[in-house]
Ligand binder design. Structure first.
Ligand code: PMP
Length: 385
């Protein structure tokens, strides 16, 4: 083994001690208050969704048994794809096993070295990795900055241009300015892809996300949504016109060369989708929780980012400080995400607090009290963990 490799492994060992400590605590999270996950509507534990999954397993088996193009594509997959297409106002939808795979698969299938991809600087890692896999020329524009995007597009001589953005930014909680992205993309004859992983189920008309029924496939031709967040199950979908979906079925390697989504998951997702559409009070409860948390946190003087979504980051800057706050919360039985580089830029470490419809005011009060304790301890100049 070369010296460079040995060094790499030694670095990883050193890093592991810190990560392991954190991970062990996460595994032991029974009875903790979860303000870290993405179960925004509280559907992961909904008895109707769980029962649909159990019934799905009894009817169709525990797994699909093969990839979609071999023998793994069942009627329940079709039914779910049709429901997702209707929900988002698209002609068709295509299931992927995860959101990560959907983004890799779309970019690899649509872009090549003759394509230029323009990505928001804060896009999710799967979009960055998908662009790298495609071999396209990649450019990053400043976060939500249409002027920067416009000037990059204007300077590009590539015939095929693709603009890519998260719908809701996963570490910041802010929402892409879809209207401007549509306008700028159209001005430069570029395709537009929006990954609305954190928007579907939470935002927009009929909870279909920040793109869904608001923007047609002429404006946003490529829409990605995930099922493991607000819908509470697992997997993802790409929604768009028939030509797009047919192309992905043929050429998207992360669709073609992998086992199809377990049909029981599709059955559970269908039930979750029915609940999302039929019970708008869940979103109302989520929005009330967001408003309550923000009002009280700002009242305490906590430095919240400007976010109207369930993702409420509290930027603390320093990594050690962030871990200290998160560990204190953990000791109080409260789980939040401690997000550090490389997931976010250096100096922007943060607690990623996420809210859910299932939180009670009392849960949020406990979180606020623990955050206030950290603030107070710092004011006394002693480490809080
Ligand atoms: N896109 C975004 C914006 C995400 O936040 C995530 C998950 N964190 C993904 C894609 C990947 O989705 P999945 O977890 O289903 O792979």
């Amino acid at each position: 083994m070369s010296e460079a490799w040995q060094q790499r492994l030694a670095d990883a060992r050193a890093h592991r001690q810190q990560t392991e400590r954190w991970r062990t605590r996460q595994v032991a999270k029974n009875n903790t208050l979860d303000f870290a996950g993405n179960d925004y509507l509280g559907l992961t534990l909904d008895p109707r969704v769980c029962e649909a999954q159990a019934e799905g397993a009894r009817r169709f088996g525990a797994g699909a048994g093969a990839s979609h193009l071999v023998s793994g594509h069942l009627e329940i997959h079709d039914t779910l794809e049709e429901a997702l297409a209707r929900w988002t106002g698209r002609e068709r939808a295509l299931l992927f096993s995860t959101g990560y795979m959907a983004n890799l698969g779309v970019l690899q299938a649509l872009a090549d070295r003759h394509t230029a991809i323009f990505q928001d600087r804060l896009n999710h890692a799967s979009l960055i990795d998908g662009a790298a896999l495609s071999g396209a020329r990649s450019r990053r524009f400043h976060h939500r900055d249409a002027i920067d995007l416009n000037s990059l597009l204007a300077r590009s001589e590539c015939a095929h241009k693709l603009v890519v953005s998260d719908g809701v930014f996963s570490m910041d909680g802010d929402i892409a300015d879809i209207a401007t992205l549509v306008e700028v993309s159209q001005q430069h004859s570029a395709w537009l892809m929006i990954d609305d992983a954190h928007g579907v189920g939470v935002l927009g008309d009929n909870a279909s996300g920040c793109v869904g029924n608001t923007w047609s496939s002429k404006d946003v031709p490529i829409l990605v949504g995930t099922l493991g967040k607000a819908l509470g199950t697992a997997g993802a979908f790409v929604a768009g016109d028939t030509e797009l979906i047919d192309h992905l079925i043929q050429f998207s390697r992360s669709y073609v060369y992998t086992t199809a989504q377990p049909p029981a998951i599709s059955a559970a997702t269908l039930k979750a989708l029915e609940i999302v559409q039929g019970e708008p009070e869940r979103r109302a409860q989520l929005n009330a929780n967001i408003a309550y948390f923000r009002r009280e946190a700002l009242h305490l003087g906590l430095a919240l980012s400007d976010s109207a979504t369930p993702i409420q980051p509290l930027i603390l800057g320093d990594e050690t400080r962030t871990l200290g706050w998160a560990l204190h919360l953990q000791q109080k039985g409260i789980q939040v995400g401690a997000i550090r580089p490389p997931t976010v830029p250096k100096g922007e470490s943060r607690l990623r607090v996420t809210l859910s419809a299932r939180h009670q005011h009392d849960d949020i009060d406990q979180l606020l009290a623990a955050l206030h304790h950290c603030q107070h301890q710092e004011a006394l100049c002693s480490p809080c963990a």
